[in-house]
Design a protein around this ligand. Structure first.
Ligand SMILES: *[C@@H]1O[C@H](CO)[C@@H](O)[C@H](O)[C@H]1NC(C)=O
Ligand SMILES: *[C@@H]1O[C@H](CO)[C@@H](O)[C@H](O)[C@H]1NC(C)=O
Ligand SMILES: *[C@@H]1O[C@H](CO)[C@@H](O)[C@H](O)[C@H]1NC(C)=O
Length: 306
């Protein structure tokens, strides 16, 4: 597969690239820039859609590649700051290659998937470890405001279908449990609280956008509860990796990352991503609502315009 994330095409430090062993070990024979042992949720979703795995936007050679979509995450992503890659050009390229009508239809039928939040709250918690509830709420408002602006911008270009997930139970990340000196099956309450603040605000924002923009359709996948259930089930054995940062000696890797939720201190295993992808794709309304992704893709544009 070779190097396959946008960050590998950017001038960043090695910590932002995930292009070294043991990243990639389970699925790929070499690291690809994915912060895991193998495939990530978008890879599994591409498989469900029976299309080639998305290539990074910055690597796309031929314009026809955008017919199956484009991937903008830079290894990670965030609403605020500079982790993502701007991509307005895709619509222009599609219009040039397909003509206005076809391009419009494609942009309308496409699903625009966002995976943001944790990095935003991680940088906030680092900068303001003692923020009170008011300040936290202000920050949540900024993150959701930025996401809302971006959704509205994509809507203007023709986008109608949006897939999002809420912020996961990041206060349970092994790296943070270690940092805060929590015993193995405890999570950090403060970090879970700000995640829940975000998650409430996200549901409200989505419903508000729905009331403002005709034909706007969305799903929110509840990764918070879906992952928390699994973390609680696994308890001590949630992590496949013992060491500090991935790949930095000395470390020890369990023989079967598939038995664990986290690959290393901050990122899940391929096994976990596969389960999450299945839930997003075909999960019931207790995990993804008001649609799952299969249903969202199946909505017809004519239904949407009505
Ligand atoms: C990459 O970043 C380094 C450190 O910030 C800088 O010294 C170097 O000139 C940059 N290279 C390019 C090609 O932008
Ligand atoms: C919360 O923190 C902000 C500044 O960080 C401060 O201005 C404000 O007074 C605090 N609010 C309460 C209720 O303590
Ligand atoms: C959703 O429902 C299924 C089946 O009833 C259950 O197994 C699962 O734990 C639920 N998930 C969440 C996140 O509540």
């Amino acid at each position: 597969m070779g190097i396959n994330r946008n960050n590998n095409f950017r001038n960043l430090t090695i910590n932002d690239k995930a292009n070294y062993w043991p990243y990639g070990g389970t699925f790929f024979s070499s690291p690809t820039g994915r912060f895991s042992d193998g495939l990530l949720v978008p890879d599994f979703l591409a498989m469900k859609l029976k299309i080639p795995l998305w290539k990074p936007y910055l690597a796309s050679g031929g314009e026809h590649e955008f017919l199956h979509g484009a991937k903008f995450a830079g290894g990670g992503s965030a609403a605020l700051g500079d982790l993502g890659i701007p991509g307005r050009k895709v619509a222009t390229v599609l219009k040039q290659s397909l003509g206005d009508m076809e391009a419009k239809k494609l942009l309308m039928e496409a699903v625009y998937a966002f995976s943001i939040g944790t990095n935003d709250y991680a940088s906030f918690a680092k900068t303001y470890p003692f923020a009170n509830a008011t300040k936290q709420q202000e920050y949540v408002h900024m993150v959701i405001g930025k996401l809302t602006d971006v959704i509205k911008e994509i809507y203007k270009i023709g986008g109608r279908k949006f897939a999002m997930h809420n912020v996961g139970p990041w206060g349970c990340m092994p790296r943070l449990r270690q940092y805060f000196g929590l015993s193995n099956n405890k999570c950090h309450d403060g970090l879970l609280t700000i995640a829940r603040m975000h998650n409430d605000a996200l549901s409200n924002a989505a419903m508000e956008i729905e009331s403002q923009l005709a034909g706007f359709k969305y799903l929110i996948f509840d990764v918070y509860n879906s992952a928390l259930i699994r973390i609680e089930r696994f308890k001590e054995s949630i992590i496949a990796y013992r060491g500090n940062n991935c790949g930095i000696e000395p470390y020890e890797l369990c023989s079967n990352p598939n038995d664990h939720i986290f690959f290393h201190g901050a990122h899940p295993t391929e096994h976990c991503y596969k389960q999450m992808a299945r839930l997003i794709w075909e999960g019931g309304p207790n995990v993804t609502k008001p649609y799952n992704m299969k249903q969202l893709f199946a909505l017809e544009v004519k239904d949407i315009e009505n």
